[in-house]
Design a protein around this ligand. Structure first.
Ligand code: AMP
Ligand code: MN
Ligand code: MN
Ligand code: MN
Length: 285
């Protein structure tokens, strides 16, 4: 039996994807996605375009974003789904979260210059469509273009992660703030790709319990960056903490993303899909 083909995590060129919201909608639809969400980093300016394109193609749509949060010395991503896209407090919170990205990018470029790679700020900017959202991904594409690395994963490993020359620590939103912006706007907050963090068991337990205490209600189980064992592990975590489960490819770009839109396995049947809790917020269909 097939569940709904829901893909509730993807990026357009409003953040660090390469396709416009309309092109992404078309790709999702061609891949059989029935319920879609565009979840740009710290941004919702693509939401109306994504929704209109999805509905015109006969897909259903949930509003989305992926908020960068600092927690226990690491960056954690919180996906928000099904919120009111006109909510003023959410918009202000996202704008504040985006605020330091340009200065951070200048500092990253300085670090890369010290490692012998010149012109990275202007080089990365050529890949940016939204001037408020310069991301490490744009730097990675530039370093591949320069021939410094073979692919973006190698760039992250060698240049853009902690301890590497282009890495600059950054203070993002607070966990409680991000969860409250989403929840107060009528949405559900979801912990994105939990297996990608490097927490101790104690820190991970703190993340989940604090997230829930702030009103968070979901966790991604099926995501493009989880192995089969990690999918299993976080299915158990969803049950343990009584969280809704989400499914999303985290698609950014063809030839760069590991997983295509709509191509993940179904959620295990014993989990409660997050879209069932958001039925009243789904548009279209
Ligand atoms: P930023 O928000 O500027 O810190 O950039 C974070 C983005 O970088 C993530 O959303 C991913 O798209 C990308 N990213 C992070 N780590 C990796 C990696 N190891 N390989 C490829 N892309 C990555
Ligand atoms: Mn990204
Ligand atoms: Mn993420
Ligand atoms: Mn993402």
């Amino acid at each position: 039996m097939h569940l709904l083909n829901a893909d509730l995590h993807s990026h357009s060129n409003v953040s660090d994807g390469t396709l416009g919201p309309e092109q992404l909608a078309a790709r999702a639809n061609a891949n059989g996605v029935e319920l879609w969400s565009l979840t740009d980093h710290d941004e919702i300016s693509g939401q109306a375009r994504a929704r209109d394109a999805a509905l015109a193609l006969g897909m259903r749509y949930l509003s989305g974003t992926e908020i960068s949060v600092s927690f226990a010395g690491q960056t954690v991503h919180i996906v928000g789904l099904g919120f009111d896209i006109d909510d003023a407090a959410l918009a202000a919170g996202l704008a504040a979260t985006r605020g330091g990205r340009r200065e951070r990018a200048l500092a990253m470029a300085a670090g890369l210059a010290a490692a012998g790679i010149d012109g990275a700020f202007d080089g990365a900017l050529r890949y940016v469509d939204n001037p408020e959202l310069v991301s490490r991904t744009h730097f990675a594409r530039f370093l591949v273009e320069r021939g410094v690395c073979a692919d973006t994963h190698e760039v992250f490993r060698r240049f853009l992660t902690e301890g590497r020359p282009g890495y600059v620590p950054h203070r993002w939103a607070g966990l409680g703030d991000a969860v409250r912006w989403i929840t107060a706007a009528g949405g559900i907050a979801v912990i994105a790709h939990p297996a990608r963090y490097r927490f101790t068991p104690t820190e991970e337990y703190a993340l989940f319990t604090e997230f829930i205490a702030h009103g968070g209600r979901g966790v991604e189980v099926m995501t493009g960056s989880h192995s089969a064992a990690e999918q299993q592990r976080y299915a158990e975590t969803a049950l343990e903490f009584d969280l809704f489960a989400s499914r999303g490819s985290d698609f950014h770009a063809a030839g760069e993303s590991r997983t295509e839109l709509g191509a993940l396995p179904d959620l295990p049947g014993r989990l409660r899909p997050v879209w069932e809790a958001l039925a009243a917020r789904v548009q279209g269909g």
